[in-house]
Write a protein that binds this ligand. Structure first.
Ligand code: GLY
Ligand code: MN
Ligand code: MN
Length: 497
């Protein structure tokens, strides 16, 4: 459903718009009548709640308790039209998926405050396409065009929550303009507008207050998502394991990549994600040779050459929308040159130091500082930076070659919980249940005259996904090799002889 095609409040109104320039310009009464009959009852009446339902119930409870007396509106997002009846791929809004377990478009979760305290939870959904008004076969988003949606009754059982027709939502929101309403903004322009109308802000001060109402909701949700529950950790492990298989496929496909381009690497990884029913959590970075010095190289149109390093940064996203984020830098030939190994081993040492600094109670910044110190020491030792190391670190001079932070939270979003409060995230301490990446890198740009010529064009990043545990940490992506020797051994097992 595109933005323009949101159905009206009357639930019996047709939900379709006729196809433009379709060859069949009209529908005879006989055909319309015939199409509306003769269909079996396919309602599913023996469904069980999804495994996630008990977790989403608890998450909604926690969220509601943080905003007593307020109405909370969390949209899934709308399809975005690319042209005519073609849409961009849809991916449900993270907070909506977190609170519902649903990943479909055009819907909205609403927590309405109850008189005696607590919230009433209603999930407003697009119902199954109507058989009476022709939508199911004439509408571009009808069942015979894009597939069956669950009925409201089915969805209620599956998701463990009361459901209602989304076409009634704007009116339901407007019916009570006295309650303070907060919305996760930016996913549904119509609902954003409805909430704006409810507030009817007339002056600068109340407009600023409005912005804060919504921002606070987004910040609270990001805060709540920082520590993963058991179910989320299991989903992330599924994503990481699928990613590990994708990296294995790429290793085996390096000969074909050499005959083609970085695209072959991207496509090989994507094929693994798709055949297992998944997707990717971000644009795959398949960067060979000097392209590895571009941090987010997603053009993937360069050659893969025998003597190059290939930097592959890729992550499978599960059907439940949890993503891995893993990087390996591998010699295309199967063996590092001495110089490539020297750079790789320094990044590896930095990653070891970073991983060792991940533990509950440690500051979130500790693993970054530990990795950066190792890199700075190495760069000083190599004569690329003038010591002492303390001065380099204080001035951040190593960043000319390290460029990015050493890691980030991981979860439903690849850069997860980015808007959470600084005191709970950036300047907070790690807690058991947090999942983060540790991903130091060194990047010597091909045109950087401050480094010896032989280093120019070398880029190395090693990225793993790490779960903070009560005891310390677990490297979730330990199924992939990390040291240079282990990478070579892993490649030797996979590259055709
Ligand atoms: N794949 C993006 C990152 O590593 O942060
Ligand atoms: Mn990352
Ligand atoms: Mn990455």
């Amino acid at each position: 459903m595109s933005e323009q095609q949101r159905p009206q409040a009357e639930t019996d109104a047709p939900v379709f718009s006729p196809r433009k320039n379709g060859q069949a310009q009209s529908v005879s009464d006989e055909l319309a009548g015939w199409m509306s009959t003769g269909w079996a009852d396919t309602e599913m009446r023996d469904l069980e709640p999804i495994e996630q339902a008990e977790h989403t119930a608890r998450r909604r409870e926690t969220l509601g308790a943080a905003f007593p007396g307020d109405r909370l509106v969390i949209p899934s997002g709308q399809l975005l039209t690319r042209s005519n009846d073609t849409e961009y791929p849809f991916r449900a809004a993270t907070n909506y998926a977190y609170l519902t377990g649903d990943t479909t478009d055009g819907n909205c979760l609403v927590l309405t405050p109850k008189a005696g305290g607590g919230h009433e939870v209603t999930l407003y959904l697009k119902p199954r396409s109507n058989r009476d008004n022709g939508e199911f076969w004439l509408g571009g988003y009808g069942e015979l065009w894009t597939g069956r949606r669950n009925s409201l009754e089915e969805a209620a059982v599956l998701l463990g929550v009361a459901t209602a027709d989304v076409r009634t939502l704007p009116a339901a929101l407007r019916a009570d303009d006295a309650v303070t309403t907060r919305i996760v903004r930016g996913h549904d322009t119509e609902l954003d507008t409805v909430v704006d109308e409810l507030r009817a802000d007339t002056d600068e001060e109340s407009r600023a207050k409005s912005v804060k109402l919504d921002e606070d909701l987004g910040v609270a949700l990001a805060d709540h998502r920082l520590v993963k529950d058991e179910w989320e950790v299991a989903q992330l492990q599924l994503a990481v394991d699928a990613t590990t298989r994708g990296f294995g496929d790429v290793a085996k496909a390096l000969p074909q990549a050499k005959d083609t381009s970085e695209r072959y690497v991207e496509g090989t990884f994507f094929l693994r994600a798709r055949v297992e029913g998944n997707d990717v959590g971000y644009g795959t970075i398949a960067a060979s040779g000097a392209n590895a010095t571009t941090l987010h190289w997603t053009r993937n149109d360069g050659p893969v050459r025998e003597g190059d390093l290939l930097l592959l940064d890729a992550g499978v996203e599960t059907t439940t929308l949890y993503t891995a984020d893993v990087t390996r830098t591998m010699p295309v030939s199967g063996t590092f040159t001495d110089l490539q190994r020297k750079v790789y081993d320094l990044v590896y040492a930095a990653q070891e130091a970073g991983i060792a600094a991940v533990a509950p109670g440690k500051p979130f910044t500790a693993f970054h500082e530990a990795s950066q110190r190792v890199l700075a020491e190495g760069l000083v030792e190599w004569g690329l930076l003038e010591g002492p190391v303390e001065r380099v670190l204080e001035l951040g001079l190593q960043r000319r070659y390290t460029l990015h932070g050493t890691g980030h939270m991981l979860g439903l979003d690849v850069h997860d919980c980015a808007v959470s409060r600084q005191e709970t995230h950036l300047y907070g301490d790690l807690k058991a249940g947090m999942v983060l990446t540790v991903e130091p890198g060194l990047y010597f740009q091909p045109d950087d005259l401050t480094v010896p010529e032989e280093l120019r064009g070398i880029g190395v990043r090693i990225e793993d996904d790490v779960l903070v545990t009560e005891e310390g940490r677990t490297v979730m992506s330990a199924g992939l090799p990390r040291s240079s020797a282990d990478v070579e051994a892993w490649l030797a097992e996979r590259l055709p002889r």
